[in-house]
Design a protein around this ligand. Structure first.
Ligand code: PLP
Length: 401
């Protein structure tokens, strides 16, 4: 007779649940396109060779100990992370207006940022795109913010609903927080153009909306760290304030190391210092201080010119493989004469394609072809290979005809 008898079983996480179902499938042809993690052509997880190298040098250094990090993490990691996202010669960094704290990957950075805002910012509403990464509404609600949506995706064009976005942000209360995917919007793979970003920036600044960037895919989307940071840098360059959550899960393949950073760009270094002091009060009772290993790997790579260059090459190779999968899938559907316009497969960017398949078609493909994806029709291009593209194309063709 347990004191927990009354506890009801919670539903599986909608994204991680896809993998649970996949693991139970005994078909040799099964294909998991639900996971948000990179896979090689052979379908295997990848540890970057530069990461192995960095780990080796850490292991071989006898001066390294396992002491606690400070509450805000590894100072050098924080400095280098801010430079990576803002740009090495960013005036905001030079003027000491950016405070950066090491957090538990992208998710932890969003949560710490959210809790800081709930405690110290005057407007508790955060606008997030419709649709967005499924964890966003939960993270911000639990952080103490009130979540509202702004229009983002137009199913008709399978592209950006730019008019809807401008209208919704235009009618948001002055000062509201706005969550923006820095690049490679998840799940749609649809990003604003540079011109559209500029319009968004002008609108947001004119209404004093506070940007909170989620940067989970820097370098992983286009293959260029600078190109993928452009949206953030436009907002930092205008001298205004913003928050940025960075993750090294995808772009360094450090998923399970849980390494990321929250930067808050402030108007003055005095404000940045005070903000940092309050971030410590958010973090200390939550998990005391962040883990050492992942941040040490990142700092080792970012500080060394050769390792950094090698990283950019390996990063571009991952991005290029994903882009190549888009082209192969698009061509395979063209070859089959699959009805419909599939050009969004090559137009969208990042790890995911938002196929436009509905939940019945998704269920059909799982049932008949043992292909697993989230019910919104999102497929991970990183989980695909030249070998599995024909199987997926056959399944999509059958599902829509
Ligand atoms: N934000 C977005 C848009 C994501 O897609 C992800 C991961 O899938 C994350 C944040 C957080 O990932 P992590 O906490 O593993 O860095």
């Amino acid at each position: 007779d347990s004191v927990f008898n009354h506890v009801v079983r919670a539903p599986e996480d909608p994204i991680l649940g896809v993998t649970v179902a996949y693991n139970k499938d005994t078909s040799p042809n099964k294909l998991n396109l639900g996971v948000g993690a990179y896979r090689t052509e052979e379908g295997k997880p990848l540890v970057l060779s530069v990461v192995r190298q960095a780990e080796q040098s850490l292991v071989n250094d006898p001066s390294r100990v396992k002491e606690y990090l400070p509450i805000i993490g590894l100072a050098e990691f924080n400095k280098l992370s801010a430079k990576l996202i803002c740009g090495a010669d960013s005036p905001a960094i030079q003027e000491n207006r950016v405070t950066t704290v090491q957090c538990l990957s992208g998710t932890g950075s969003l949560r710490v940022g959210g809790e800081f805002l709930a405690r110290h910012y005057h407007e508790r509403t955060i606008y997030i795109p419709q649709p967005t990464w499924g964890n966003h509404p939960k993270v911000f609600t639990l952080a103490g913010l009130s979540v509202k949506y702004y229009r983002y995706y137009d199913p008709g064009t399978r592209g950006l609903d730019f008019q809807g976005l401008l209208e919704d942000l235009g009618s948001a209360p002055s000062g509201a927080v706005v969550l923006l995917h820095a690049c490679a919007h998840n799940p749609t793979g649809v990003d604003p153009t540079v011109e559209q970003w500029e319009q968004i920036r002008q609108l947001m600044r004119s209404k004093q909306l506070l940007p909170f960037f989620d940067s989970a895919y820097q370098g992983f989307a286009s293959g260029s760290l600078d190109a993928d940071a452009q949206s953030v840098r436009m907002f930092v360059a205008d001298g205004g304030e913003c928050l940025v959550a960075q993750s090294y899960a995808k772009n360094m393949g450090l998923y399970g190391e849980r390494v990321g950073a929250l930067s808050i760009v402030c108007k003055t270094s005095d404000v940045a210092g005070k903000v940092e002091s309050q971030l410590k009060l958010v973090i200390r009772p939550m998990y005391s201080n962040p883990p050492l290993h992942g941040a040490s790997i990142v700092a080792t790579i970012l500080r060394d010119k050769d390792m950094y260059n090698e990283w950019t090459i390996e990063l571009k190779a991952m991005a290029d493989r994903i882009i190549s999968m888009r082209h192969q899938l698009f061509e395979a559907l063209k070859t089959r004469g699959t009805p419909g316009d599939w050009s969004h497969i090559i137009k969208q960017i990042g790890m995911f394609t938002f196929t436009g398949l509905n939940s019945e078609q998704v269920a059909f493909m799982r049932q008949e072809y043992h292909i697993y994806m989230t019910s919104d029709g999102r497929i991970s291009m990183a989980g695909l290979s030249s070998r599995t593209v024909p199987h997926l194309a056959d399944a999509i063709h059958a599902a829509v005809t």
